[in-house]
Design a protein around this ligand. Sequence first.
Ligand code: XLS
Ligand code: CA
Ligand code: CA
Length: 438
Amino acid sequence: MKEIFKNIPVIPYEGAQSKNPLAFKFYDADRIVLGKPMKEHLPFAMAWWHNLCAGGTDMFGRDTADKSFGAEKGTMAHAKAKVDAGFEFMKKLGVKYFCFHDVDLVPEADDIKETNRRLDEISDYILEKMKGTDIKCLWGTANMFGNPRFMNGAGSSNSADVFCFAAAQIKKALDLTVKLGGRGYVFWGGREGYETLLNTDVKFEQENIAKLMHLAVEYGRSIGFTGDFYIEPKPKEPMKHQYDFDAATAIGFLRQYGLDKDFKMNIEANHATLAGHTFQHDLRISAINGMLGSIDANQGDLLLGWDTDEFPFNVYEATMCMYEVLKAGGLTGGFNFDAKTRRPSYTLEDMFHAYILGMDTFALGLLKAAALIEDGRVDQFVADRYASYRTGIGAKIRSGETTLQELAEYAASLGAPALPGSGRQEYLESVVNQILFS
Ligand code: XLS
Ligand code: CA
Ligand code: CA
């Protein structure tokens, strides 16, 4: 097999003092953290679309990066070259998972029968590549937002024919996910939303999305898919308003339509911030509802109002993310780098720098989150903060053994309650800084 990333070695771990740009400074796969090797805490995945397909095109200019990998674009030879490149890339980095959309894998044909034939061919090729490696599929999905037919959504489209095309793509993407042994299947409702309420029946559209999801679950289970389905919330972009606005909204939707047993959340950092939350907020909301499934590990630019899908370098954010993940007992999915190099970072080597950055950032986040938990001051503070509910009237409130009448009498007996205790935010923030920088 021809080497594609020439002059790039297998990336070693060299430690925090290393100045080698092609080495990990913090990601040490076998290092034990809280009883488990880093690689098990951090099942990293390569996003097929950004890494192997995206060339840096934006609204104002064409590709800067050459992702042809020596083959003519738009051909099956190119599709295979991307597989070769992807596997060489993952092996060199020690990335054990990948994620894909159907149309990342092959050029989409005009006729879905031909697209599906190409998908069969490429998935055979991928399976062959997987043999003898420990590389696996984290999740698959169908791109139901790129083709013009999905301009009004997929499940939420006004056209029943389009709904059927979405169903056909999901069916095939589920077949592929099962064939490749995927852990999960993602629904990112790219265009499941609206531009204006003047032309939109919101209730009808949401019911149809739920129907499509039920059909997907039914089919998936019938072909032996035992993994989780994931919703990936996002508030806007490309649609002005998307139905899966944030974790809380998506969880409510799943419960309303009886989908909550089969679905969990795939939380993308950059989407959480677009919804006006922190990344940690959407992770927490998912976790407390038993729905923290998987993570799209990237970051946005808070100065911009759209999805920039940058490689994560913010260690504070990664620490708070890993704190949530550790507290939740881990993920059923993994950490997919739904991230792309910046347009001016166009070389093949930049792809490696990007993953080294992302993996090191999360490794640091893991180490610091573990230290925060072992330190215990933050957790202890939170536990103590609610101490008034452990005895007396507070305990009765928690166990449901009281009435509004009794509480009113209790309040009257107090006259005025004592202030509820300082929130100590500044102290807690300084504890976090102390952990981060010592
Ligand atoms: C786009 C989404 C997309 C999903 C998969 O903003 O993040 O990449 O992860 O369709
Ligand atoms: Ca994104
Ligand atoms: Ca994503």
